[in-house]
Write a new protein. Structure first.
Length: 133
């Protein structure tokens, strides 16, 4: 059985490791992992255009792709809010349902930054909607 002081030391060590894991490096860079975040901007923009055209026609072929993108945005929002001091909601100014506005903003950003990724676009949105700290 762990003593209270041992438990406190373990918690402090875990906190120190987790804090370091979510930090930028000295140059301000960080890793955007694989999966939806690594989607190339061109592919993301094409998916959004296809989804909008499909919705207009009553076709939902791209619904699962857009759902994954929406989940990424909401997961980012939760992670950012939980890990950033004094942050309540990184996407507060996007309203109660931030996903449609976020995806539209990221699409515009991706069209201007075609060599980048959807994940980088989400990060750019966070910087654009968050006051300097």
């Amino acid at each position: 059985m762990m003593t209270p002081s041992g438990f406190a030391a373990l918690c402090a060590a875990c906190l120190a490791v987790s804090t370091a894991a979510m930090a930028y490096d000295k140059t301000g860079a960080f890793k955007i992992g694989a999966g939806v975040g690594a989607t190339p901007c061109g592919e993301f923009a094409a998916t959004m255009k296809e989804a909008r055209a499909g919705v207009a026609k009553g076709d939902s072929k791209t619904a699962s792709k857009v759902s994954a993108l929406a989940a990424y945005v909401l997961g980012f929002q939760t992670g950012f809010n939980a890990s950033t001091p004094h942050a309540h909601d990184v996407f507060l100014n996007l309203g109660n349902d931030p996903v449609p506005k976020a995806l539209a903003w990221i699409q515009t950003w991706c069209e201007a930054n075609p060599e980048s990724t959807f994940g980088a676009g989400v990060v750019a949105l966070a910087f654009a909607t968050t006051p300097a700290r």
